[in-house]
Design a protein. Structure first.
Ligand code: GLY
Length: 310
């Protein structure tokens, strides 16, 4: 039997550009991130890493402050279509949903797909039916602020359709390691503002938006889904950790790679390696990150900037 390990969790509230937010708005985001971290850490300690990432992501989906769950952004036609995935590093099992609209917490649907079906990724009619079968069906009612933004953006969609990170931020994600050394990752997003109906991003795709495997570590990505999918960002980071590199080195390597191939302002990463070390990196202006491990007095939640990592 494996010896007891130190539990740890790291999460992000999206890579992008928060430089225009007021102090009050930044404070609200930081408090919501800290609440999600505390919830996720408790579940990681009391249950498993898989429960920890699920509950951290769930808390952010329910806050309405992030682009996930009830805070999701609109498609070009004014719909809400969300992606989410969760992966268990103990046995590489995963559950994911793409472009779902009748569920308030896509991460819970992804978890049920992992646990209760033979499949890894479900979309369309059957994703809707599974949400109903599992008692997870519900309507996402976006805030008036989000709807007003959509109306304004809809007047000049070309300006926003260039996959601009400023309009892609706030995807949420978490990685945890529990006392048995099991590692898990989870992500959830409303995707890009004004995306086409039916577009699915990296957050539904294992190897792109997330990866977890006990021997190496786990990773969760945020940013422009198309760029992240093109390079399989999470698998790059996992592959680097599997050579014995730390989570921090692996995140830096992943960001250097995507920056070289797809340009700056494309992604952010958080990770935990098999030794329980944290990693994070970004090539965007900002990314909210929070982490907690046994032995730490209190959680840290901070808004990282590209300069703070230089
Ligand atoms: N990373 C979120 C998305 O592009 O959908």
């Amino acid at each position: 039997m494996k010896s007891e390990r130190k539990c740890a969790i790291i999460l992000h509230g999206g890579a992008g550009d928060l430089s225009n937010l007021s102090t009050n708005e930044l404070g609200r985001l930081t408090r919501a991130t800290t609440k999600a971290l505390e919830r996720g850490f408790e579940s990681t300690k009391g249950k498993t890493a898989l429960d920890g990432v699920q509950d951290a992501v769930l808390t952010m989906e329910n806050s309405g402050l992030f682009n996930a769950g009830i805070g999701s952004v609109f498609t070009l036609s004014g719909r809400i279509e969300m992606d989410a995935a969760i992966m268990n590093g103990r046995n590489l099992s995963c559950g994911a949903v793409g472009a779902v609209s009748n569920v308030r917490n896509p991460i819970l649907l992804a978890r049920r797909i992992l646990e209760e079906t033979d499949h890894s990724l479900v979309v369309g009619r059957m994703a809707r039916r599974l949400a109903e079968k599992f008692g997870l069906a519900g309507t996402v009612l976006p805030s008036n602020k989000r709807r007003e933004m959509w109306k304004q953006m809809r007047k000049n969609p070309a300006k926003y359709l260039k996959k601009n990170i400023a309009y892609a931020s706030d995807t949420v994600g978490a990685v945890a390691i529990d006392a048995k050394g099991n590692i898990a990752s989870g992500v959830s997003t409303g995707g890009l503002w004004l995306k086409l109906d039916g577009r699915v991003g990296d957050s539904a795709l294992v190897g792109a938006g997330l990866y977890a495997e006990n021997e190496a570590g786990g990773v969760a990505a945020t940013g422009i889904g198309e760029a992240i999918m093109n390079v399989l960002l999470a698998k790059i980071v996992h592959g680097y950790m599997s050579t014995g590199r730390s989570a921090m080195d692996a995140c830096k390597f992943g960001i250097e790679n995507i920056t070289a191939k797809k340009g700056p302002n494309t992604a952010g990463l958080v990770a935990i390696d098999s030794q329980g070390n944290f990693g994070y990196a970004l090539n965007t202006k900002t990314m909210i990150v929070a982490s907690m491990s046994e032995g730490m007095d209190r959680p840290t939640a901070k808004i990282l900037t590209d300069r703070s990592l230089a």
